[in-house]
Design a protein around this ligand. Structure first.
Ligand code: TNX
Length: 521
């Protein structure tokens, strides 16, 4: 009688334990790690490295930049594991128990941002051609060492990294996100958080929408009223705000430390009510309109046939270019319904010359392809296929931001409490399942510089709300920009994404728990 009971009870016990032990096995299989973006190649060797509390970070070479990356890794290791890794200058061969960072041009296919991560039972070694590549590789290490938010379990945890080699580099050089700080204003700390999120997913551009009808968000010393008056409100009539040039420099520096380029946008000739309200001379009738706090588009325009307009643009671009280490200035150019096409075309042509004069390249929304694109100008495809084709036929490159896939302000479905749906409802699977090369027929890879996910903020007022729209879609956009399309597949991706719930929890990110994803939490 008793025996009859024990056998099934044992069977049940084994069945309960088996899945857990299977999961443990993945600790020694590097290819099972949930890394986003998916690395180009992972070769597992079936063992694991144990990260001990006395582990040190050895850096080859004396450069400050290398030391900074070492420090950055140490800081991340500390918050993940609690260990305080010392940073040392390496000489000679690497030895057991430690992490090594080295620049090497042996493997040229890694390019500017690629890296090779080798983990043996004895040590971890990260190599790259450029510091940016090491920085991207550090994100892979962070993702492998999934954080336990709860410190009690951290104490007894054995930090293991599966052995093998990851060789990894991006498909597209430009992998970005846009944050509209104009419809609602977001302060420096919020922007830095967004930079952190982009960095974790190996994205490398943050495009800031600094002006629009509802607000002007950057101090321009030669035209102070832009920020003082034009920055004094936002959608819904709140107090708005703007970045002083010092605050903006702080954002740019923080982005640089994270190997992220800031692309500033001053939208023109439309979407300019905040500027028009600040200076009467920019209006054709010489009168300032009221500040605007609604959400309509397409009603404002700079006066394109007044000379003062170009003096204004020259001053703004000059000051902005001086604050911009990156190559691009974004001139907007979208939805200029209040500008006649015969005025719009020469206007965009002239503004391209002004940007070039200040040493920068133009990015503009796809409408700028209606003008004559200068060498180096980039058209950002958002909705109009004909404009995208016009750009390519002029030899210009495209930045891909299809609203139906890559607009982060689109609602997930009809029940999403925030956002808009004029382009589509964009669930997390839909946001992932697209190829930048097939949205516009006839494109070749060399026609595209990359992709950008755009977050417009008519309906978003704080960081929590930003996070809810950005996550979980952003990791998918990061993967589209980094990983070859042939290696991407939703059913496999969704399992990796599910595991990232642990990172979202550790970073205290407010995300949309889509039913399309079997979340790990
Ligand atoms: C279109 S996309 C706009 C923005 C809006 C957005 C809302 C583009 C170039 N213009 O002005 O904020 O839709 O989704």
């Amino acid at each position: 009688m008793r025996q009859n009971f024990i056998v099934p009870a044992l069977l049940i016990l084994i069945m309960m334990v088996l899945p857990a032990s299977c999961k443990k096995e993945t600790l020694s299989d590097l290819s099972k790690e949930s890394i986003i973006p998916k690395p180009v190649s992972v070769a597992s060797t079936g063992d694991y490295f144990v990260l001990k509390h006395k582990c040190k970070i050895f850096v080859y070479g004396e450069s400050d930049e290398m030391k900074q990356i070492g420090q950055y890794l140490a800081q991340k290791l500390k918050s993940l594991t609690g260990y305080e890794a010392e940073i040392k200058t390496a000489s000679g061969e690497p030895w057991s128990g430690n992490i090594f960072l080295e620049l090497s041009d042996v493997n040229e296919e890694l390019g500017d941002e690629g890296y090779e991560l080798t983990i043996t039972k004895q040590l971890v070694k990260l190599t790259a051609v450029k510091p940016a590549g090491l920085y991207r590789g550090v994100q892979t290490i962070r993702q492998i060492l999934t954080s336990d938010a709860d410190t009690a379990s951290k104490k007894n945890k054995i930090w293991k990294i599966a052995t093998g080699t990851i060789t990894d580099y991006p498909v597209y050089a430009y992998r970005g996100a846009m944050l509209d700080v104009s419809r609602h204003f977001f302060g420096v700390d919020d922007v830095k958080k967004v930079i952190d999120y982009l960095a974790f997913y190996k994205m490398n551009v943050l495009h800031l929408g600094l002006s629009n009808d509802q607000g002007w968000r950057i101090e321009i010393k030669s035209w102070p009223n832009l920020a003082l008056h034009g920055g004094s409100t936002q959608v819904g009539g709140g107090k708005g705000g703007y970045y002083t040039q010092d605050q903006y420099a702080d954002i740019v520096k923080y982005a640089q430390e994270n190997y992220i380029t800031i692309v500033p946008e001053i939208d023109m000739p439309g979407h300019t009510n905040a500027a028009l309200a600040s200076y009467p001379e920019l209006n054709c009738d010489g009168k300032t309109p009221e500040l605007y706090t609604g959400t309509e588009v397409g009603f404002s325009t700079l006066c394109t046939n007044k000379e003062i307009t170009y003096k204004f643009i020259d001053d703004v671009i000059r000051e902005l270019a001086a604050m911009t280490p990156g190559p691009y200035i974004h001139i907007g150019g979208d939805e200029s319904h209040a500008t006649k096409i015969e005025d719009y075309i020469p206007f965009v042509n002239r503004v391209q010359d002004i940007v070039a004069k200040h040493g920068k390249q133009v990015i503009g929304w796809d409408e700028i392809a209606l003008s004559t694109l200068k060498p180096g100008s980039v058209a950002q495809y958002w909705a109009d296929v004909a404009n995208a084709k016009r750009a390519v036929s002029q030899g210009a490159k495209l930045l891909m931001s299809p609203a139906v896939k890559a607009y982060l302000d689109m609602q997930y479905d009809s029940t999403t409490p925030l956002g808009l749906h004029w382009a589509a409802y964009v669930e997390v699977d839909s946001a992932y399942i697209w190829d930048p090369l097939t949205l516009v027929e006839g494109l070749r890879k060399e026609n595209i510089i990359g992709i950008e996910a755009a977050l417009w903020t008519e309906t978003l007022t704080n960081l929590d709300e930003i996070e809810y729209m950005v996550f979980p879609r952003l990791p998918g956009h990061a993967e589209i920009g980094w990983t070859p399309t042939a290696m991407r597949e939703w059913d496999e991706y969704k399992l990796r994404l599910a595991d990232h719930a642990r990172h979202f929890k550790a970073m205290d990110i407010n995300y949309y728990k889509s039913k399309k994803v079997p979340w790990a939490e």
